[in-house]
Write a protein that binds this ligand. Structure first.
Ligand SMILES: [Zn+2]
Length: 321
């Protein structure tokens, strides 16, 4: 019998209540904390752990040896379960690690996104693992995550798509009135967006200024606008670069929506400058409150000639250009 009142009221009354049902051994202190806190949420974890330690120390060593050697558990015997893998190999259940179960779950649940086939045909060298990590990168605001996700999965209702569904009478871009509005046109090719693209190209030139020209020449602007920068670099802050491109995409999409749904035109460069400075400010304040300035440094300041902090003020190189 255990003599700790809160253990008893949580159903931990006998030694067998502290043992796993299927495998030999005692619960971890973390599990005990969880069990006790279900009934006593204010009970401090270190106090529960100290009490549990005392209980474990009281259990005779011979019992512990017995627990490992024979099977004094709540089940008749330890079931000999095997996991059958796809290649016909069998792995003992007891020796399997969580990673294996996670992989099995993914193999059962995961379906290759249909958009991958389209992108592979048009951009054969694309690295999808990198693409998904860039589109979901940590420092992005939620609306950028959402738009990036829709973009890489081709889930944006362009006029080309809506026309196919019979929802609009024309698939021609409302901004320029010249070409079909598909994803590439919307985000990278529309001539009406020349001012924002010129501005972005100018900034990208600054970002890549220390790169050898032959490497820069290989970077395709349209791919940058659709996917982001999928390479790695020691001299460019790729987190900031992808943040920068995500905000640009968001502003271009907002401009387009205003034109399509409200027939209004706005200055996308101004919108971009305003939006990016606001989001950097939010991120700066957020990481400061959480005392995680080093994370802000990693995502925004390191290797970044466009941004610096002076007297707690954010200075963006291009705001007055
Ligand atoms: Zn256009």
């Amino acid at each position: 019998m255990l003599l700790f009142e809160k253990f008893i009221h949580s159903g931990l009354i006998q030694i067998k209540d502290l043992c796993y049902e299927v495998i030999p051994g005692f619960f971890t202190s973390g599990s005990i904390v969880e069990i006790i806190q279900q009934n006593f949420p204010d009970e401090k974890p270190h106090e529960i752990k100290a009490a549990y330690d005392k209980i474990l120390r009281c259990i005779p060593e011979t019992w512990k040896i017995l627990l490992k050697s024979i099977n004094p558990l709540n089940t008749e015997s330890i079931p000999k379960l095997l996991i059958c893998l796809e290649n016909g190999r069998e792995v003992p259940f007891l020796g399997a690690v969580t990673k294996l179960f996670y992989k099995l779950l993914l193999s059962e649940m995961f379906e290759t996104p249909t958009a991958e086939k389209h992108w592979e045909e048009n951009y054969p060298s694309i690295n999808f693992t990198k693409l998904y990590s860039v589109t979901n990168q940590n420092s992005l605001p939620p609306d950028c995550h959402c738009l990036n996700f829709r973009l890489v999965h081709r889930a944006i209702f362009t006029l080309e798509k809506l026309f196919k569904f019979g929802q609009v009478v024309s698939n021609t871009c409302k901004a320029c009135g010249l070409y079909t509005e598909n994803l590439l046109h919307l985000f990278a090719l529309c001539p009406k967006l020349t001012p924002i693209h010129n501005f972005l190209k100018d900034m990208l030139h600054n970002i890549f200024i220390d790169y050898p020209p032959d490497v820069v020449n290989l970077i395709n602007y349209e791919e940058l606008m659709i996917f982001g920068y999928l390479g790695s670099s020691k001299i460019v802050n790729t987190y900031f670069l992808n943040f920068f491109l995500s905000i640009a995409r968001l502003c271009i999409f907002k401009t387009r929506n205003l034109k399509v749904f409200h027939d209004k035109e706005i200055d996308t460069v101004r919108l971009f400058k305003f939006t990016i400075s606001k989001y950097i400010e939010y991120a700066y304040t957020y990481y400061k409150i959480k005392h995680q300035q080093q994370i802000f440094d990693k995502y925004f300041l390191r290797n970044n000639s466009l941004l610096r902090i002076e007297d707690e003020k954010i200075i963006l190189f291009f705001l007055n250009t």
